[in-house]
Design a protein around this ligand. Structure first.
Ligand code: SAM
Length: 258
C-alpha cells in the first residue's frame, strides 16, 4: 500500500525507497580487516562492522586526494604506510580516526593530569616488558587507523632542559627545531606512558608529525590486553630520536613515519 503523497515530495514509501537507494558513507571498524574503513551504509553488517560516524558528502568528496611528494605539506597531509603515498587529509582506502584525550577534572587529585587524559579504551599498568616501568594496555580491540595525540609536554630547546630522559620528541617545523618533553606527569598526557617495542614484531603503532605536533597511529590491530608500542629509538632512557641505527623499518621522507 502506498502512503499518502506529500505535496512536492511524493509518497512516504517513495521517499523511503529513494533513501535506501542513496549512498550514505560511514566510517566503521571492520573486524574482518581489523581496521577502520569507509563503507556504503547499505553494506553495514552487524557483528562485522561497528559504526563510528556518518560521513558528509563534502567530506567524502575531498577524502583521499593524492599529493605529489614534492607538494607534501605536513600540516595538511598524512602519509599512508600501505599505499606509500601522501593524501589530503588521509587515505580513502586506509582511513584514520582520531581518539581525543579525556578531559581531566580540575578537582581530581588522586591521579596525575596525564593519567586522567587516558581514553576509556585503555588502562595504565606495569608493563610486561622487562624493566620498562608502566605501559598502556588495551581494554578493547583497537583497529588499524586509530590515531592518538598530539603528544603533550613542555616545549624546550635543548636536551639539557629535559626533566628526565626518554620522554621528549624532536619536532622539526621548517627551520625551527624544538622538543616536546613529557617527563612531567602534570604537564603531559597519557601518550607519555607508551613504551617502545624491542623488535619489529612487537611494534603496533608509528609516530608521525603533522601540524608541528606528534601523533601515534595504529598500524597493526591491537587485541584486548595487548600493550600499545610505538617505536622511538633503539636505546631506552635516551631522547626519542629519528633515524637511529637498528630501527625496525626504514624511514621514508617524513622522518616520523616508518
Ligand atoms: C615515554 S616513557 C614510557 C613510559 C614509562 N615506561 C613510564 O613508566 O613512565 C619512555 C621510557 O620508558 C622506558 N621504556 C620504554 N620502552 C622500553 C622497553 N622496550 N624496554 C625497557 N624500557 C622501556 C624507558 O625508560 C624509556 O625512557
Amino acid at each position: 500500500m502506498n502512503g499518502t503523497a506529500i505535496p512536492g515530495l511524493g509518497t512516504p514509501d517513495a521517499l523511503k525507497m529513494e533513501k535506501a537507494e542513496k549512498k550514505s558513507y560511514k566510517l566503521v571498524v571492520d573486524y574482518r580487516d581489523g581496521a577502520i574503513s569507509i563503507i556504503d551504509g547499505r553494506d553495514l553488517v552487524e557483528g562485522l562492522h561497528r559504526e563510528i560516524q556518518d560521513l558528509a558528502d563534502q567530506d567524502v568528496e575531498i577524502l583521499g586526494t593524492e599529493i605529489e611528494d614534492s607538494a607534501y605539506d605536513e600540516n595538511l597531509d598524512i602519509h599512508c604506510d600501505k599505499c606509500k603515498k601522501f593524501y589530503r587529509p588521509y587515505c580513502r582506502m586506509h582511513p584514520l580516526f582520531k581518539i581525543p584525550d579525556r578531559i581531566p577534572k580540575p578537582d581530581k587529585k588522586d591521579s596525575s593530569y596525564s593519567r586522567q587524559t587516558l581514553p576509556l579504551l585503555f588502562r595504565i599498568e606495569k608493563s610486561k616488558l622487562p624493566n620498562a616501568g608502566y605501559g598502556v594496555i588495551a581494554d578493547v580491540f583497537i583497529p588499524v587507523g586509530m590515531v592518538f595525540g598530539p603528544y603533550k609536554g613542555q616545549r624546550v630547546q635543548k636536551k639539557s632542559d629535559f626533566l628526565a630522559d626518554g620522554y621528549a620528541w624532536l619536532i622539526k617545523c621548517g627551520e625551527k627545531k624544538f622538543y616536546i618533553d613529557g617527563s612531567d606527569e602534570e604537564r603531559s598526557n597519557w601518550l607519555r606512558f607508551i613504551n617502545s617495542p624491542r623488535h619489529e614484531d612487537e611494534q603496533n603503532m608509528v609516530a608521525f608529525q603533522t601540524n608541528g605536533k606528534i601523533f601515534y597511529r595504529v598500524i597493526k590491530p591491537i587485541r584486548i590486553n595487548q600493550e600499545l608500542l610505538v617505536w622511538y629509538g633503539s636505546k631506552f632512557g635516551g631522547e626519542f630520536v629519528e633515524g637511529e641505527e637498528g630501527k625496525p623499518k626504514k624511514p621514508n621522507k617524513n622522518p616520523f613515519i616508518w
